[in-house]
Design a protein around this ligand. Structure first.
Ligand code: GSH
Length: 265
């Protein structure tokens, strides 16, 4: 029995759903969506399973595991007879892990900054004030809390936004270069590295930022190839994104500033 606590548009949840769908593992869905600034959406005892209070959280036969990239690695090891998403050669495996390391080395935080500056700040401003202060009181990660507060207050003027946009420019450029040499990020095989990073293409595209990487043709072809997979449809498209319209509209408005930041101006 395998349960995933998650919600529709979370990039970290999309990544785990992609792994589950590619591997064709049966799973049960439990929605925990606190992202509108409402901590009451967590079921009782959730913090015992994941002290950070974040999703995704996997519970497999009573074993609770947070952290999306670790969940993907766990699924590889716990379900060895299913479709494999880990290459065989030690070099490709190391390259796969290097790509996944980028997420924890700043990309996930940069993605949150961009999201809060463009969309979540408006959601928080409309949220129930009492609920929002409870939400922040329960947020364990002080850096996340500080960043959220700066980004909510300053939006497109936040000093954290430009470095976040540049972090994506560097990531996408590096991915494009790798993909000019090999069909997948780790090498010859589709792996959890591709799954782990494709969700940021989905997210940044939802802000209508794609013209910024129009010259990264290898990256674009790779994205199209993954989007055409059945698993992507089931893991990403079918779950949708309740904030899709806001992402599109606010993204279009923010574009001129994002473009300046992208070019280091
Ligand atoms: N490092 C964690 C990050 C998890 C994370 O940031 N989860 C976000 C969604 S992408 C979340 O739970 N958001 C709820 C909230 O912000 O209230 C992972 O990879 O699983």
């Amino acid at each position: 029995m395998l349960t995933l606590y998650h919600y529709d548009r979370s990039t970290a949840a999309q990544r785990v759903r992609l792994g589950l769908e590619e591997k064709k593992i049966d799973w049960v869905s439990e929605i925990v969506d606190t992202a509108m600034g409402d901590a009451t959406k967590r079921p009782d005892g959730f913090h015992k399973l994941n002290p950070k209070g974040l999703i995704p959280l996997l519970v497999h036969d009573g074993f609770a595991l947070p952290e999306s990239t670790l969940i993907l690695e766990y699924l590889e090891e716990a379900f060895p007879d299913h479709f494999t998403l880990t290459p065989k050669s030690p070099q490709d495996r190391a390259r796969m892990r290097l790509w996944m390391r980028r997420i924890e080395d700043g990309i996930h935080v940069a993605s949150r900054t961009i999201g809060v500056c463009i969309v979540n700040r408006f959601i928080y401003k409309e949220a129930d004030k009492l609920k929002l202060s409870e939400y922040y009181a329960k947020m364990r990660d002080e850096t996340r809390k500080n960043n959220d507060q700066i980004n909510t207050e300053l939006g497109l003027e936040s000093p954290l936004l430009k470095p976040s946009v540049i972090a994506f420019k560097n990531l996408f450029k590096d991915m494009n270069e790798q993909l000019s040499k090999t069909p997948w990020l780790a090498g010859e095989n589709y792996s959890i590295a591709d799954i782990s990073l494709v969700v940021y293409l989905t997210r940044m595209t939802s802000f209508q930022m794609a013209p910024l990487w129009k010259d990264f043709t290898y990256l674009q072809n790779w994205f199209e190839k993954i989007k055409a997979r059945d698993a992507y449809k089931r893991a990403v498209d079918d779950w949708g994104d309740v904030t899709e319209q806001r992402r599109r509209e606010n993204g279009i408005e923010a574009y001129p500033i994002l473009e300046q930041y992208w070019h280091g101006k």
